[in-house]
Design a protein around this ligand. Structure first.
Ligand SMILES: Cc1cc2nc3c(=O)[nH]c(=O)nc-3n(C[C@H](O)[C@H](O)[C@H](O)COP(=O)(O)OP(=O)(O)OC[C@H]3O[C@@H](n4cnc5c(N)ncnc54)[C@H](O)[C@@H]3O)c2cc1C
Length: 196
């Protein structure tokens, strides 16, 4: 019997399969369309950032950066010896008008507590750093310039995660799950409780 059955082999399913297989679990992923033509991850811009409000999201963003920077090693497989997600670590710039500035100042307290390394400037200073941006109506702006944020190619990232999960023993099969009753795994008790 499988330890875990993952329904949907998109970026989250492939990622769950990778991390669980790495822990030695027996994982099966059921995906209704392995071409992923209607999945959301291929549509994604692939942005990874740490500029969020909640500490949990900031810390997840920091983890994502570390993970993405190391995939050439961590996701290396015999079939995919040079995995890449075509990362561009150009940073993120978020700008706020007066109506959202206070909320951002609170977010910045969380950035600081999480050692996010973000920089904050007044709207009037924007042209000093980004001369091509019109700063009219901008109260404050937050950005990174230390290669900790940017974007990746989600399709390549997914392929690398899936390939590694398979090498670690995960099984990806084609199928559409209509009911959790179809699933026979050791660990589906929690998901049943959540859905019931
Ligand atoms: C335009 C756009 C831009 C985005 N930009 C970003 C960004 O810059 N940064 C970022 O972090 N996020 C971004 N996102 C969000 C991101 O794409 C999603 O959060 C992410 O793709 C969700 O992944 P997922 O694996 O949960 O879903 P999906 O990628 O949709 O995968 C779900 C999979 O489950 C399968 N499935 C569903 N139901 C069943 C079933 N019953 N049985 C079997 N298989 C099933 C589907 O076929 C699909 O392949 C963006 C999204 C969009 C649309």
């Amino acid at each position: 019997m499988d330890d875990v059955v993952v329904i949907g082999g998109g970026i989250i399913g492939a990622s769950a399969a990778y991390f669980l297989s790495k822990e030695g679990r027996k994982v099966k992923v059921i995906e209704r369309d392995p071409t992923y033509k209607n999945a959301s991850f291929p549509l994604s811009l692939g942005g990874f950032r740490r500029q969020f409000f909640q500490k949990e999201n900031i810390l997840l963003g920091k983890f994502a950066k570390e993970f993405i920077f190391n995939i050439s090693e961590t996701l290396k497989t015999e079939k995919n010896p040079n995995p890449t997600a075509s990362m561009v670590a150009n940073g993120y710039l978020l700008m706020f008008g007066p109506e959202h500035a206070d909320e951002q100042y609170k977010a910045l307290e969380n950035h600081k507590a999480c050692d996010a390394g973000t920089k904050n400037i007044k709207g009037t200073e924007l042209s000093k750093y980004f001369p091509y941006i019109n700063s009219d109506g901008i109260e404050t702006a937050t950005f990174t310039d230390n290669k900790t944020e940017g974007w990746i190619d989600p399709f390549m990232f997914h392929a690398a995660l899936k390939s590694k999960a398979i090498e670690l023993g995960a099984e990806f099969i084609k199928g559409e799950v209509k009911s959790l009753n179809e699933i026979n795994a050791k660990n589906n008790y929690l998901s049943r409780r959540l859905l019931d």
